[in-house]
Write a protein that binds this ligand. Structure first.
Ligand SMILES: Nc1ncnc2c1ncn2[C@@H]1O[C@H](COP(=O)(O)OP(=O)(O)OP(=O)(O)O)[C@@H](O)[C@H]1O
Length: 356
């Protein structure tokens, strides 16, 4: 677990964060530009010293201003990945990785470097000079360099922001692998909703230096007061498990807390495989009665738990499907005609899902 209680005033901006973050998985720090994400990460890294600060990482004290205790950055077992890879241009990839390990005062695992190289798939690049790497390869080397020191926390500040879409797609699978195979918490700064839905297990929403929301991804993503639950991109995440296939219809069945869903056929996913699904709020419609004949395969009972109206005649409805939260974006008129309010039972018709 990461416990942080930080107050850092700058002129015109104050960071105030009181957070308890999980000790594993990816925590996304999401917010608009200038909301304080990087400053929070820098405080955790010890690159910024908040006059009022308490920070404990996996039971170890890193800062306690009350006791005037501050562990300097080089003694904090962490890896830091920036937007730009910032490799030494005169050193080969291998030397860059080795240099990082020599600098860190806490490396214990002698195999850390080999493991990082394998995980990021950069074995064939070790003797190359950085100038001969593509942007995506350079960033993979930077991530491997951060991991090679065997950190207890990995801090990533918009690691994909400087890359074009194709390079982003190239790196995302490696990040997903990191999440599954490295047993350390990753704090991941981003303002990309797509990266949040694809990678995050826990979400922290920042606004003007304050923590607006913090919690498990499925819950926090669908909070009606969250900036991510607004507009066309609003979506929900469902944690599901493959429970069968219907190859004759080219469908796969997946079970989640709210029932069973039919998905496009996933030949490679055996029964029991855990999958993460994204459902756009705009792809969910609501009915009061269970439709007897419909072409929509996924119709599940749900209960309305909240609603938020916008100024353009649309309503975001938050639903509970057996404990799983789901957003539906419908017209305000439909919400009125159906008499929707908190506690009303409905059927959610899910038109499309994407496997992440
Ligand atoms: N050393 C500093 N002195 C004064 N103000 C600072 C300092 N560092 C950051 N700030 C201010 O703190 C605010 C938050 O900056 P920060 O970089 O943490 O935001 P961010 O959410 O990471 O933004 P972005 O997504 O654009 O990187 C900004 O208004 C910034 O100008």
């Amino acid at each position: 677990m990461i416990e942080a209680n930080i107050r850092l005033p700058f002129s015109g901006f104050t960071l105030e964060a009181d957070l308890q973050l999980p000790g594993k998985g990816v925590t996304a720090l999401f917010g608009h530009s200038g909301s304080g994400k990087t400053t929070l990460l820098r405080c955790i890294a010890g690159l910024e010293r908040a006059p009022q600060g308490f920070l404990r990482v996996k039971g170890k004290l890193w800062q306690d201003s009350k006791q005037d205790f501050f562990l300097p950055t080089h003694k904090r077992p962490l890896g830091y990945v920036f937007q730009e890879a910032s490799l030494f241009p005169h050193l080969s990839v291998r030397k860059n990785l080795e240099y990082g390990r020599k600098r860190a005062g806490f490396v214990r695992n002698p195999n850390g470097l080999e493991q990082a190289v394998e995980l990021l798939g950069i074995g064939h690049l070790l003797e190359r000079m950085p100038e001969r790497l593509s942007g995506g390869e350079r960033q993979r080397v930077a991530i491997a360099r951060a991991l090679a020191v065997c950190p207890q926390v990995l801090l990533m500040d918009e690691p994909l922001a400087a890359l074009d879409l194709q390079r982003k797609q190239e790196i995302l699978p490696f990040l997903a692998r990191l999440q599954n195979e490295v047993g350390i918490p990753i704090l991941y700064v981003t303002h990309s909703p797509q990266e949040v839905t694809q990678l995050a297990d826990h979400l922290v929403v920042m606004e003007a230096g304050q923590v607006k929301a913090s919690g498990p991804i499925a819950e926090t993503l669908t909070r009606l007061d969250s900036p991510m639950a607004q507009g066309k991109q609003a979506s929900s995440i469902l944690q599901a498990q493959v429970c069968g296939h219907e190859p004759e219809f080219h469908l796969t069945l997946a079970q989640f807390a709210g029932g069973t869903l039919s998905l496009p056929y996933q030949q490679a996913a055996s029964v029991g495989t855990a999958i993460r699904l994204r459902v756009y709020a705009r792809d969910v419609s609501l009915t009061l009665q269970q439709p007897a004949q419909t072409s929509i395969l996924n119709v599940l009972p749900a209960m309305v738990t909240g609603m938020a109206h916008d100024r353009e005649g649309r309503t975001m409805v938050r639903l509970n499907l057996g404990g799983a939260p789901l957003l539906a974006h419908i017209t305000r008129k439909s919400a009125s005609v159906l008499g929707l309010e908190k506690g009303v039972r409905v059927f959610a018709q899910i038109k499309a899902t994407a496997i992440l």
